[in-house]
Every structure is written in C-alpha cells, then in structure tokens.
Design a protein around this ligand. Sequence first.
Ligand SMILES: CC(C)(COP(=O)(O)OP(=O)(O)OC[C@H]1O[C@@H](n2cnc3c(N)ncnc32)[C@H](O)[C@@H]1OP(=O)(O)O)[C@@H](O)C(=O)NCCC(=O)NCCS
Length: 153
Amino acid sequence: MHEQRIRKAEDADLQEIIRVWKSNIKTINTASDIADLFHSFKKYFFVAVATSADTSFEDRVIGFVGGAIRGGHGHISGIAVDKEYRMKGIGKDLLKVAEHEFIAKGFDKVTLEVRKSNRGAIGFYEKHGYKFLYIVKGYYADGENAIVYEKKI
Ligand SMILES: CC(C)(COP(=O)(O)OP(=O)(O)OC[C@H]1O[C@@H](n2cnc3c(N)ncnc32)[C@H](O)[C@@H]1OP(=O)(O)O)[C@@H](O)C(=O)NCCC(=O)NCCS
C-alpha cells in the first residue's frame, strides 16, 4: 500500500521540488530562482513523499511547500501537489507544517500571492483562513493580476 507523509526538505530533494514547482505552477521562476529560494529559506521548505511498505519502491516527492520570510513575516512562495495526489488533504498538511514553522519562529502572519484566475488555489487558501488583502496589477510577467492574501497565525 502506498502512503504519503510530510517531512522537512533536504538538499537531495531540490531537483524534485523544482520539477513539482515547474510542472504544477504557472510560473516564470527559473530553476535557479527556485534554488536560490530553497538555499535562503530551507528551514521553511517541506516535501510530501509517497512511501510504500514494498522496499523496492523508492520514496518519491509528490508535493512541496516553500515558505520564506518577507518583510518580517511568513510568506508562502510556492505550494503544489502532483495532480494524481490532489484532494487527499496533502496540500492542507503542507500548509500546516509551514504555518507551524512560522509560529515557532514567532511570526504572527503569513502572506502569499495567487493568480486572479487560479480559482482552485484561491478556494484552498480561503478554506484555510486566508483573507483577501489587495490586488497587484500586472504582477506576473504575462500581465495577470495577483491577489495578495494574508492569514493571522
Ligand atoms: C492548491 C493545491 C496545492 C491544493 O492541494 P491538495 O492536496 O489538492 O489540497 P487538499 O486536498 O488539502 O484540499 C483541501 C481543500 O482545498 C480545496 N481545494 C483544493 N483544490 C481545489 C480546487 N482545485 N478547486 C476548488 N477547491 C479546491 C477543497 O475545498 C479541499 O477541501 P476538502 O478537503 O473539503 O475537499 C493543489 O491544488 C495544487 O497543487 N494546485 C496547483 C498548484 C497551485 O496552483 N499552487 C498555488 C499557487 S502557488
């Protein structure tokens, strides 16, 4: 049987984090942008791995959350779960561990940006207590607006 668990990201996870990030998030972040974030804020990166009792099956990264510190508070730079593993609560668990790490470090809020068209992620964040803050016009390279969300933790 396959299960999923969440753990802190390690250096060896970076290539898989880049894969999950670039294949699930409409982003202009290059692999080297993602690597820079990872090296600056590794403490706030977690991965979801699919594991199996069958030892011939290697643990595989199927999701990640990338936290950061921005302007003296917590920030979610990216979160994604591979399509076939979505809607099982993995996104929720990833968001929780990042939020707990921010709380442990004494931060009292978390912010994030999301594309205005990303209804799925917006529904997900609102469900988890994130509140609309403001719109940043043309935030993304293709001209799309970003919505900034905030959660008090
Ligand atoms: C956002 C994302 C990480 C959520 O991961 P997930 O593992 O599917 O999330 P969960 O299973 O914990 O979902 C929890 C809740 O969020 C909501 N939700 C998640 N995906 C949703 C979607 N596509 N549409 C509407 N609601 C959604 C559901 O209400 C769900 O509630 P439920 O548990 O009562 O069914 C995932 O959809 C994803 O990788 N999306 C693509 C990447 C992306 O857009 N990331 C955000 C921008 S950085």
